[in-house]
Design a protein around this ligand. Structure first.
Ligand code: GDP
Ligand code: MG
Length: 199
């Protein structure tokens, strides 16, 4: 029988992207997780290599197609023509191009990587981060409070959408990212002072 972990043991990975670091938002971002009651258990700034970013993001056809579909949906909202900008309306072809821009964006400066643990950490951190396209993100979220970028703007400039943070989307993605970015000894354990009262 599978051992079910306590919901407060769930872990997720957050990367503060180069725009977040260069805009001086590191402290602001971390404090949003901490004040919600999530615990930072690993933290480091580093300059990523392109092959690391290539390993970090999924490469399967479904993921690449989904990226292309997000662009197409965003274009529909704003009346833009994918064919004109990409020479294609195929979500997989569009996704491949966007993934290339993402490599350049994510290696354009240092990143801050962290592991965040707490109740439903994956979903909670995604909620705090907000929607992928900052122009769609709710106010009160990191992306909604600090950016207004979206695909129509980013694609026109041939760059990734500057959306400040990365956060794992599923517990499986989180597990892959934790193992990829962190050695076991880099992940720490401690008790937050308010833990007995909050949970
Ligand atoms: P996330 O999980 O919310 O970060 O979104 P995805 O996993 O779908 O995409 C990964 C990253 O690729 C996003 O955070 C953006 O930086 C970038 N991105 C996603 N979709 C697009 C797009 O349509 N156009 C551009 N230029 N960048 C995109
Ligand atoms: Mg993602």
């Amino acid at each position: 029988m599978a051992v079910t972990q306590h919901p407060k043991e769930e872990k997720t990975v957050v990367l503060i992207k180069p725009d977040g670091v260069k805009r001086g938002l590191i402290g602001e971002i971390i404090s949003r997780f901490e004040r919600r009651g999530l615990k930072v258990i690993a933290l480091e700034m580093f300059q990523p290599k392109k092959d690391q970013i290539d390993e970090h993001y999924p490469k399967d056809e479904a993921w690449i197609t989904r990226i292309g579909q997000k662009t197409i949906k965003n274009y529909q909202t704003y009346g833009a023509d994918p064919k004109k900008e990409f020479g294609s309306e195929d979500p997989f072809e569009i996704g491949k191009i966007v993934r290339g821009w993402l490599m350049d964006y994510m290696t354009s400066g240092p990143l801050v990587k962290m592991v965040v643990r707490g109740i439903h950490a994956v979903n909670m951190v995604r909620k705090i981060a907000g929607a992928t396209m900052p122009a769609d993100a709710e106010m009160g979220t990191i992306r909604g409070d600090f950016s207004v970028d979206d695909a129509t703007a980013a694609n026109r400039d041939k760059r990734g959408i500057h959306n400040i943070v990365h956060a794992s989307e599923t517990p499986e993605e989180a597990e892959h990212e934790i193992n990829f970015w962190f050695a076991p000894e880099e992940i720490n354990d401690y008790k937050r002072a308010e833990e007995d009262i909050m949970f």
